[in-house]
Unconditional design. Structure first.
Length: 111
């Protein structure tokens, strides 16, 4: 085996490890905050998927508000994991929901 092959395999292993860690964080955050199983959510589609994305968007907004208010239970890692999970799910969904929760707020004074 040449050194470049070993280097490529090493980089591939590290990337796979990073992806597993990221998925574990997202799975834990979804289950602890929303009672959602990431694997089942990924298999959902249509109105069910949109409903889950709306729920996840609310969870992200609640976590963001905790951070803004310096609440003792705010966790940046949980916030990041929820946002990553939302982005991951919304990329695979052809819907009008965006990956940024704040972009879908109604204009001020309309609600």
């Amino acid at each position: 085996m040449s050194m470049t092959t070993v280097k490529k395999e090493s980089l591939a292993f590290l990337e796979a490890k990073r992806q597993r860690n990221e998925e574990a964080r997202q799975t834990a955050a979804l289950f602890l905050l929303g009672g959602l199983d990431l694997e089942k959510v990924q298999q959902s589609s249509g109105p069910e998927r949109n409903s889950i994305l709306r729920r996840l968007r609310r969870l992200i907004e609640r976590e963001r508000l905790k951070g803004v208010r310096n609440h003792w239970s705010y966790d940046l890692n949980r916030h990041i994991a929820l946002s990553q999970a939302f982005k991951r799910l919304s990329i695979t969904t052809r819907s009008s929901l965006s990956c940024c929760p704040m972009n879908n707020r109604p204009p001020a004074g309309t609600g």
